[in-house]
Write a protein that binds this ligand. Structure first.
Ligand code: SF4
Ligand SMILES: [Zn+2]
Length: 114
């Protein structure tokens, strides 16, 4: 069971605010939108993948202490690779239609010339 980051009281995973200290746990009062909080003096952006790949456009970057889009770069790096990332299609299979067409054209030209 998760606990409140401020008072460490056990809370429900869907709780919008902490029942003990009233800390906001979800963004916009919606139980489906997680509100990530920084720990101690560190800023969330320091360990966020959107900061590292320079795709974040939030105005609070790089000094965000709360954020709905935060994505820990370390958990992202531990994610298993998808099949599309592991398997790359060889060039000759990607262009097999054009290769067959080129061979047919070459054979046609050879038949006409010879
Ligand atoms: S998504 Fe949030 S935590 Fe990540 S870089 Fe942007 S503002 Fe910072
Ligand atoms: Zn609390």
């Amino acid at each position: 069971m998760p606990s409140c980051p401020r008072c460490h009281q056990s809370i429900l995973a869907t709780a919008v605010t902490c029942s003990n200290c009233n800390l906001e746990l979800k963004a916009h009062g919606h139980p489906g939108i997680d509100l990530h909080r920084s720990q101690g003096d560190a800023y969330l952006c320091d360990s966020c993948s959107y900061h590292q790949d320079d795709t974040c456009t939030f105005p609070q970057r790089p000094l965000a202490t709360t954020c709905t889009l935060y994505q820990d770069v370390q958990t992202l790096q531990q994610r298993p690779l998808s099949a599309a990332e592991i398997y790359t299609i060889p060039w000759w299979r990607k262009y097999s239609g054009w290769l067959v067409l080129a061979i047919l054209l070459l054979l046609s030209v050879l038949l006409v010339v010879l």
